[in-house]
Design a protein around this ligand. Structure first.
Ligand code: ATP
Length: 206
């Protein structure tokens, strides 16, 4: 089984995440994509994030009806910061026949050398880098940066997927909701209803 592992805060899940997952599924011929919400993202330790329950429920609503998309609570069930390397180790140990692909927006892939045990991450999974927004990913440069900073040949360990640029972020969605602006079509309808009904991001249903 070829499994795409897609980690993030997903506060909330939005169109950019879903199109990224679908394009990786198609272009990398994945069997499944697992959405892995982080309990405590290591780079957002001081930020206030919505509950694990709310973020998970929104993912479930968003992926309902797509048999290739799954929610994985592996990081929510673990205490402490959510390190990707630990997640990949656990998934490999529980089923070594799985081939893992780590799906990452291009904004994050260059930060990979600062993550915990980046070389081990590249041993455990093929990194799939996807453009964020309309600018194409500088592929050769990205491979070169990883190769130089990690001291390994990263060329065979990174793949690139191009998706239609979707210039939104969860921060943008949260700000829009807080300002009383529409997020229709930026998130699935069920997510829009969920955040309205639950008063997420500072605006209660009137
Ligand atoms: P925030 O605005 O709260 O930082 P975010 O929208 O960046 O959130 P995350 O949950 O932190 O979302 O991101 C998870 C992953 O999804 C990251 O790899 C990120 O690069 C990628 N991603 C998020 N939004 C997009 C988008 N619009 N297009 C492509 N990739 C995206």
């Amino acid at each position: 089984m070829r499994i795409g592992i897609f980690g993030g805060t997903f506060d909330p899940i939005h169109l950019g995440h879903l199109v990224l997952a679908e394009q990786c599924w198609e272009q990398c011929r994945l069997d499944e994509v697992w959405f892995v919400p982080a309990a405590l993202p290591p780079h957002k330790l001081d930020a206030t994030i919505s509950s694990a329950k709310a973020r998970s429920e929104m993912i479930e609503f968003a992926i309902a009806g797509n048999p290739a998309f799954k929610l994985s609570s592996i990081e929510l069930n673990r205490s402490g910061p959510s390190y990707t390397v630990t997640t990949l180790e656990e998934l490999t140990a529980s089923d070594p026949s799985r081939e893992l692909f780590l799906l990452i927006g291009a904004d994050s892939v260059r930060d990979l050398p600062t993550w915990r045990e980046p070389r081990r991450i590249l041993e455990l999974a093929t990194v799939v880098a996807v453009n964020r927004g309309r600018a194409a990913v500088a592929q050769a440069e990205t491979v070169q940066i990883l190769t130089e900073q990690l001291g390994i040949d990263a060329s065979g360990r990174v793949q690139f997927v191009e998706m239609p640029g979707i210039d939104t972020s969860a921060t943008d969605i949260r700000n829009r909701v807080a300002d009383g602006l529409s997020v229709r079509y930026l998130v699935p309808r069920a997510v829009e209803m969920y955040l309205r009904e639950n008063g997420l991001y500072g605006r209660k249903e009137s």
